[in-house]
Design a protein around this ligand. Structure first.
Ligand SMILES: C[S@@+](CC[C@H](N)C(=O)[O-])C[C@H]1O[C@@H](n2cnc3c(N)ncnc32)[C@H](O)[C@@H]1O
Length: 299
């Protein structure tokens, strides 16, 4: 199956309604992934700067965007460093910034990346395999309390203390399946029962570790802090989040920005996928889109 058919961009129509892209404008897609949202931006005649932490996704995006055609440039960069990227490109500000947070389908589908509790692979989980500590390095070195706190806060996992205790007793861990089995044991699930569960008992722990490995909340906080200065007057930021902690940060930053005058207007409520989209694309079920627009230039 081709990338075009396999990857369905979430809330595509709603993201375009928020960004209102016009021919000749410049939009940064902070999380180009497989190029789904970016392809639509190119269709609207926009110049797209696409960033991603994952070099393999950048290559997949390049293939897709070359087929689409248009003015685009891709960079292997963390969106936390957006001002540096704009500086390197000689841009003082852009008309739109999009971030579609989290992982992409190849991260989960490729067992060698170590994101999936369903596929045996090295316990890695780095979106950028060229730098940073792997999930194995973190679980094998962190203190028990620190681990429990991360699993509780990032995974909303109530059994976090039992899981952290068992990790510390049994480490070193090297493979996804070792961690998965250990979480099942800490949560009193047999592997058979776990495999049939609606929400796999290891899902929340894997999510927490992924967010920790990739510094997802600190990166988002940094992006939110620099966003207003990266937008031209009248420019819009749109952020799609899939985790309550992320959505809280976005909501708060946009609200504070509206109060302080950094933004003229923000989305009053999070925009959710329609029932039809949720049916078609299960990933859209937990998506929340928020946008913020800067004041237009005076005079
Ligand atoms: C949900 S996918 C984006 C999908 C994309 N919107 C599409 O339609 O194909 C999220 C992407 O963001 C990337 N990513 C996550 N955190 C990032 C960060 N801090 N800086 C740059 N890219 C990041 C991931 O590697 C992944 O490819």
């Amino acid at each position: 199956m081709g990338v075009e058919r396999r990857h369905v961009p979430v809330l595509l129509k709603e993201v375009m309604q928020a960004l209102r892209p016009k021919r000749g404008q410049v939009v940064v897609d902070c999380t180009v992934g497989l190029g789904g949202h970016s392809a639509e931006l190119l269709r609207k005649g926009v110049r797209v700067i696409g960033l991603d932490l994952d070099p393999a996704n950048l290559e997949a995006a390049r293939d897709r965007l070359e087929i689409q055609g248009g003015d685009f440039e891709l960079r292997h960069a963390n969106f936390a460093g957006l001002p540096t990227v704009l500086g390197e490109l000689g841009l003082e500000g852009v008309d739109g910034v999009l971030a579609d947070l989290g992982v992409s389908s190849p991260h989960i589908d490729d067992a060698r990346r170590g994101f999936s509790y369903r596929r045996p692979g090295p316990l890695d989980m780095r979106m950028d395999p060229t730098r940073g500590k792997t999930a194995a390095e973190l679980v094998n070195t962190m203190g028990e309390e620190e681990l429990a706190k991360a699993i509780l806060e990032l995974g909303n996992e109530e059994s976090a203390p039992q899981i952290a205790q068992l990790i510390v007793q049994r480490r070193p861990l090297r493979m996804t399946q070792e961690l998965m089995a250990l979480v099942c044991k800490a949560r009193d699930f047999t592997l058979e029962r776990a495999a049939g569960a609606k929400l796999h008992p290891a899902a929340r722990t894997f999510q927490a570790l992924r967010m920790l490995v990739n510094r997802e909340l600190p990166n988002l906080e940094r992006l939110l802090a620099v966003l207003p200065a990266c937008l031209k007057p009248g420019g819009t930021a749109a952020i799609l989040s899939f985790h309550s902690g992320e959505d809280r940060l976005v909501k708060q930053a946009f609200r504070d920005g509206e109060r302080s005058g950094a933004y003229a207007k923000t989305s009053p409520e999070p925009i959710l996928a329609t029932a039809a989209e949720q049916e078609r694309n299960p990933r859209s079920r937990s998506a929340k889109l928020r946008w913020a627009r800067r004041h237009k230039a005076r005079g």
